[in-house]
Design a protein. Sequence first.
Length: 157
Amino acid sequence: MMRVPITKKGFEQLREDLDRLKKVKRPKVIQAIAEARAHGDLSENAEYHAAKEQQSFVEGRIKELETKMANAEIIEIGRLTADKVVFGATVVLLEADGKTKKKYMLVGQDESDLKNGKISVTSPVGKALIGHKVGDEVTITTPAKTVMYEILEISIE
């Protein structure tokens, strides 16, 4: 399977989520199943069926996180240079109108969080920015619109 780039911070978040599922959620679900089982007839036991459904969800999420971590390639952002837009770079853009500035950090799919300015390198914006330098004009096409930006600044934080 293809390696998926992720920041060290993003990888640590996956690890924390996995630990919480294994050490907190899984034991709670097992306990809920045991308590529901103690109520007798399982065929009409709604608590039992709900707990089993929750167990299925938790186990599926654990497997998903383990797979993501196994396929992750941690990118050491501190080793990167800010001469062009790369994974882990923070980019300041100026919209063609000359008024609107946007700031994005390019991260892996599992780390993207638009509210906090983190976009995936596989998003339309991320794909359009990769490889460009300060001063370059970039046309970005999203499902909503097509916009021209100038790259004002590239930094590695």
